[in-house]
Design a protein around this ligand. Structure first.
Ligand code: SF4
Length: 279
């Protein structure tokens, strides 16, 4: 949940998710739509699908026992080198180093060299404290997140200042590209206690199979009832919502208000329905 998402945005979702799916068996047996509904608002839905797939492998092929080594963990769906090393070291004390974006920056500055990714993994492994690998990895990530900051490293309060070869003198990273801006217009069609929603195609690259409000293409002249802003990855959306009929769209369905909260909605659809006091 925490990949690409702020801790503050995750906490309540995490507690609710664990109440709903308290064991790996419950998670494996759940319908995908229930998991996506519980995940709604966190974005990057592929993570939820992959976690579901991993839970099924653990239950069906490993008798419900969670793998304890980085090698076994990285064989699970959705778990890459970084996540496998983080779980193995923090949860199971395996002496294996973690390299994320923060750690890369810290290491490159520590050795004053723009090391390649492979060399970064090797250097991290050489530096790792074998006795407390989980604490070491978390300390490295935290150092990058709080002290060795991308643009303004706080060298004067850095605990590894004496060991650092660059002391902040490596070239600063280039500034990130600007966010794209896009206008989008949706129809909010409510009738007899139901809302008309459409389902995104199962093969869509973004949020496949999730429910959202019907889009009104080229909505010139339709005045919005509600406007809001929403950001997805590198795009800032200016969102307009109009109360107009949209039920002629063939891929849509009337959903009763009582079912809305349990439906896998896109984050934006949930935001609009909340603003409209429908959930
Ligand atoms: S001394 Fe400065 S550049 Fe070196 S690790 Fe600490 S904060 Fe980063």
């Amino acid at each position: 949940m925490l990949q690409q998402t702020r801790v503050g945005a995750v906490l309540e979702h995490y507690r609710r998710f664990l109440r709903r799916f308290p064991t790996v068996q419950k998670l494996a047996a759940a319908r995908e739509s229930s998991i996506l509904a519980a995940w709604s608002g966190l974005g990057y839905y592929r993570r939820a699908r992959m976690m579901h797939a991993a839970a099924k492998v653990i239950v069906k092929e490993q008798a419900g026992r969670f793998p304890a080594s980085a090698e076994q963990l990285s064989a699970l769906p959705g778990i890459g080198r970084y996540t496998a090393a983080a779980i193995a070291s923090i949860a199971f004390d395996e002496p294996t180093a973690v390299v994320d974006g923060n750690v890369k920056r810290v290491l490159r500055r520590l050795v004053a060299d723009n090391l390649s990714d492979e060399l970064l993994w090797e250097t991290a492994q050489e530096l790792l404290t074998q006795a407390r690998p989980g604490d070491f990895n978390q300390a490295m990530m935290e150092l990058g997140a709080t002290i060795c900051l991308p643009r303004q490293p706080r060298c004067s309060v850095c605990p590894v200042y004496e060991q650092c070869d660059s002391r902040g003198s490596l070239p600063k990273p280039k500034t990130l590209g600007r966010q794209n801006k896009r206008m989008i217009h949706y129809a909010l069609d409510c009738h007899n206690g139901s809302v008309f929603l459409v389902r995104r195609p199962k093969d869509a690259s973004l949020m496949p199979g999730m429910w959202e409000l019907p889009e009104i293409p080229g909505a010139n002249g339709v005045s919005p009832w509600l406007t809001l802003r929403h950001s997805i990855t590198v795009t800032d959306y200016q969102v307009a919502v109009s109360q107009v009929s949209a039920s002629d769209q063939s891929d849509g369905k009337w959903i009763s208000k009582g079912r809305l909260a349990r439906l896998p909605l896109t984050g934006l659809a949930r935001k609009i329905l909340r603003a409209a006091k429908l959930i």
